[in-house]
Design a protein around this ligand. Structure first.
Ligand code: ATP
Ligand code: MG
Length: 581
């Protein structure tokens, strides 16, 4: 964490028009940000208007809005004008099926153009959009549709037959099912209805507080919560896209997240379109060669991805990246999990610019803390609060909440409520929602520290904090130290109960190709960690695994490692993706 680790972004010189962080913060207000969106008459607005219609109205209809790369590698382009027509058709289909303002429209689709058309067409019609991961099994689908009260769903025939058909009798509120590829009993053929529908539609003018998007949290710490966001959130999506991702009109932007995770909607649909970029959508799953090909061939300017993907790229080695050059690439950002310092530096060494970490949650709806393009990057730090965002470190262990002002002191990361994309509630969990707020702060549930320069450093989830012989140990610190070792591909750290120490630190490690999980390596890793962290903080135990249990949004599920270690029930594993012992 020494200051000499500061990386001056080499690409910065090319980013001339970004004003200085402090100056922007000083002059920014959410009221002034309103001038950056178009709005509709009478103080009303609609996310889809800002994303599409305004650009067509200002003469940008011919710009490519969405470049879709099918699994086969075939590319399909939708211009802003195409997207306008298609979303208009979709909105007309909904309205003529009796689905409108306030109804809940779900999508159970892979990353195909219909998903994006459905998202924005739903918003145009004044209905609420909720994307689900297409890989979800029937149980997570049913529970999420019940919690949100789904009234309509867009899916494919294959997904319908395999996952949805049998659920329909349990979902009385589900009135309409639209299939993207044909028609089965009591469903509609979407393509046919779209072809019949008019391609003009007057986007429904919404009140800023009308619900727009429904998202479920990742389920990393427990049962996923349903989170509701409103149309006004578009303000935050738009400006944070500029501030934290450096989006500019005309950029080619690739957000690798699926819309089933909030990142894939806030920054995989809304922010790129309101900022009039060309967004890349890849239908396929992660693949090292394909990703580098895509970055190079599509001349991606801004790339937004996640630590798990970066770790997999690192595992494959820099040479895999060096097959191409990336002259168009200007800015790389990461979200979802702590980004190890090593990954930031690897980014700089491999691409000539660091990965810019940023922090936010499903609840916050948009990026809160980030490494701006115009800021020095301290590898391992999440960055600083964005303009319009006031963050703090608070101590909630006493009777009254206390703001922690001493630099580098662990406390809960808290935010002053009031930004537009903040959740307006957890569905059916009012008490839990209220508990997030105390003495004028929103409590994130994450632990962090703030240094004397105002940079925030992630420590761990409060639930994952380890208490060992009087020390408070954040898993991230231990994981980062282990990641420095050449053999380590990924690592998850938990506390295991211990009679004398209270808890001891245990690390689960997946190795890079070419390394054997033997006793010698185990001892070497234990020694490496002791040297880096000291005996009080270093792990006492190491277990090797093929990979670590992760959510579909790519987060290591430490609670699952812990439950298994303790022989406890696994709890909700509806979002579990990879998991090989
Ligand atoms: P659940 O709330 O259901 O347990 P989740 O918290 O993982 O799941 P998300 O809202 O998708 O669901 O993730 C937000 C969390 O991800 C943050 O609270 C934080 O713990 C973690 N996170 C996101 N970005 C970062 C980051 N840059 N550094 C460290 N942690 C991050
Ligand atoms: Mg959470």
């Amino acid at each position: 964490m020494a200051d000499n680790l500061i990386v001056k972004d080499a690409a910065l010189a090319r980013v001339a028009n970004l004003s200085d962080y402090d100056a922007t913060r000083a002059t920014f207000s959410w009221d002034s940000a309103r001038a950056q969106i178009d709005g509709l008459s009478g103080g009303r607005l609609n996310i889809a208007h800002e994303a599409i219609d305004r650009h067509v109205a200002t003469g940008h209809g011919d710009q490519i809005a969405l470049r879709w790369i099918a699994k086969s590698g075939d590319r399909t382009d939708l211009t802003y004008a195409d997207l306008q027509k298609q979303t208009n058709r979709f909105a007309n289909v909904l309205i003529s099926s009796g689905i409108g303002r306030g109804d809940k429209v779900y999508a159970l689709l892979g990353r195909v153009p219909e998903l994006y058309v459905a998202a924005l067409g739903t918003l145009k019609a004044g209905a609420v959009f909720c994307p689900l991961f297409s890989a979800f099994g029937p149980e997570p689908i049913q529970s999420r549709m019940e919690i949100g009260g789904a009234n309509a769903v867009i899916t494919s025939g294959r997904l319908y037959k395999r996952k949805l058909k049998a659920l329909r009798e349990h979902l009385p509120e589900l009135r309409e099912v639209f299939l993207t590829d044909g028609q089965h009993d009591s469903t509609h053929d979407l393509a046919e209805l779209m072809a019949q529908a008019s391609d003009s539609f007057e986007t429904v003018a919404m009140n800023p507080e009308d619900p727009a998007l429904l998202h479920f949290t990742s389920g990393t710490t427990g049962k996923p919560k349903g989170v509701s966001h409103v149309h006004e959130a578009v303000l935050a999506h738009h400006v944070t896209g500029r501030f934290a991702l450096d989006l500019k009109p005309g950029d080619v932007f690739w957000c690798t997240a699926d819309p089933g995770w909030v990142t894939g909607t806030s920054y995989g649909v809304v922010a790129p379109l309101t900022n009039r970029t060309t967004m890349i959508v890849d239908e396929a799953e992660f693949d090292v060669t394909r990703w580098y090909d895509t970055l190079a061939r599509e001349a991606v300017n801004v790339w937004y991805t996640a630590p798990t993907a970066i770790r997999m790229l690192m595992k494959a080695g820099s040479d895999a990246a060096r097959v191409h050059e990336y002259p168009a690439l200007r800015f790389m950002a990461s979200v979802g999990e702590p980004l190890n310092a090593k990954a930031v530096i690897w980014g700089r060494d491999t691409f000539g610019m660091p990965f810019h970490d940023n922090w936010w949650q499903t609840e916050t709806g948009g990026i809160m803390i980030a490494n701006f393009a115009s800021m020095d990057v301290k590898p391992g730090a999440m960055g600083k609060p964005l303009p319009g965002i006031e963050a703090g470190i608070v101590d909630v262990t006493g009777d009254s909440l206390r703001e922690v002002t001493e630099p580098m002191t662990i406390g809960e990361l808290a935010l002053r409520p009031g930004w537009p994309s903040m959740m307006r509630g957890y569905l059916h969990e009012e008490e839990r929602y209220q508990k997030c707020f105390r003495d004028g702060w929103y409590l994130s549930g994450d632990l962090a520290m703030c240094d004397a320069d105002g940079y925030y450093w992630f420590v761990g989830r409060s639930k994952d904090l380890i208490k060992s012989s009087g020390h408070l140990i954040g898993p991230f610190e231990v994981e980062s130290a282990l990641m420095e070792h050449e053999a380590v591909a990924e690592v998850g750290v938990i506390g295991v109960p211990d009679d004398t120490a209270g808890e001891i630190v245990k690390a689960y490690i997946a190795l890079k190709p070419g390394f054997e999980p033997d006793e010698d390596l185990r001892l070497e890793l234990l020694g490496h960690a002791r040297k880096r962290l000291g005996p009080a903080v270093a792990p006492r135990e190491i277990a090797f695994r093929q990979n670590l249990p992760k959510t579909r949004s790519g987060k290591i599920m430490r609670r699952l490692l812990k439950a298994r270690e303790l022989g406890l029930p696994e709890g909700d594993i509806s979002t579990l993706e990879s998991d090989e012992a």
